[in-house]
Write a protein that binds this ligand. Structure first.
Ligand code: NAP
Length: 247
């Protein structure tokens, strides 16, 4: 018996890192997984990893910031999978720079993917989820949305926006049995953090009470809890997964 037996989960940014970790963890707990990434190849690789665990999987490439593309893909997914029980909005990007030098393009790219991407998927799936009178929505934000970071005003704003979106959706959908929560990871070992130099890495580690960087599976554990029946009375919350950095 798995915690997600026969549930269907749609996870964005499944191609690598945290999204891939969540997809594999959910599959191990009995879920079928719709793998959505920006690139076809990475989505297909994630879907193959889910299938190797004996679960059904589907692979789709889409830009989560493109509302029309997300809407069209939603129809296709609902037709082929039948329903979506769990939505994990995980796709995200960084385009770092100090505010005074940040281009409008870098601001828009981060807001479009990180924040509008969540809105697009929630809106697209809302009709089907409301009809089901059941559902789990999990948005992957960041501790940077809670504390800010010099050089990341676009990223921090996008992640802080996710908190407001999450709480509002939680209130709008609660009466239909749909929960909506956010996860705020700290520093997790993925491609996104691979470029951090040795000196900065040591400085970061010094701020982590648990004295290590996190793994995608650390985040997947919390996503699993929020997606499962164990979290039936939890909605509108932000759960930090950061080794104690923010407390
Ligand atoms: N790593 C950390 O320390 C950390 C900390 C806090 C929060 N987070 C958040 O956790 C999430 C995952 O981060 P990660 O570290 O796993 O990142 P990652 O390794 O860079 O992977 C990002 C994933 O998002 C997908 N993606 C990017 N832009 C997209 C778009 N416009 N449309 C669809 N998919 C898109 C990528 O697709 P392809 O694979 O096809 O390129 C990739 O699969 C992000 O929201 C990030 O902000 C990460």
């Amino acid at each position: 018996m798995g915690l997600l037996d026969n549930k269907i989960a749609l996870i964005t940014g499944t191609g690598r890192g945290i999204g891939h970790g969540i997809a594999v963890r959910f599959a191990r707990e009995g879920a079928d997984v719709v793998c959505c990434s920006r690139t076809e190849a990475n989505a297909a690789k994630a879907a193959a990893d889910v299938a190797a665990l004996g679960r059904r999987s589907w692979a789709h490439a889409v830009d989560v910031g493109d509302a029309a593309a997300v809407s069209a893909l939603t129809e296709k997914i609902l037709a082929e999978a039948g329903r979506v029980d769990i939505l994990v909005n995980n796709a995200g990007v960084t385009r770092d720079g100090l505010l005074m030098r940040m281009s409008e393009a870098d601001w828009d790219a981060v807001l479009d993917t990180n924040l509008k991407g969540c809105f697009n998927w929630i809106k697209s799936l809302s009709r089907a989820m409301l009809k089901q009178r059941a559902g789990r929505i999990i948005n992957v934000a960041s501790i940077i949305g809670l504390i800010g970071n010099a050089g990341q005003c676009n990223y921090a704003a996008s992640k802080a926006g996710i908190f407001g979106l999450t709480k509002s959706v939680a209130r709008e959908f609660a009466s239909r049995g749909i929960t909506c929560n956010a996860i705020a990871p700290g520093f997790i070992e993925t491609d996104m953090t691979a470029a951090i130099g040795a000196e900065m890495r040591q400085k970061l580690l010094a701020q982590v009470p648990l004295a290590r960087l996190g793994s995608p599976d650390d985040v997947a554990s919390v996503a699993l809890f929020l997606a499962s029946g164990l979290a039936g009375y939890v909605t509108g919350q932000v759960v930090t997964v950061d080794g104690g950095m923010v407390m």
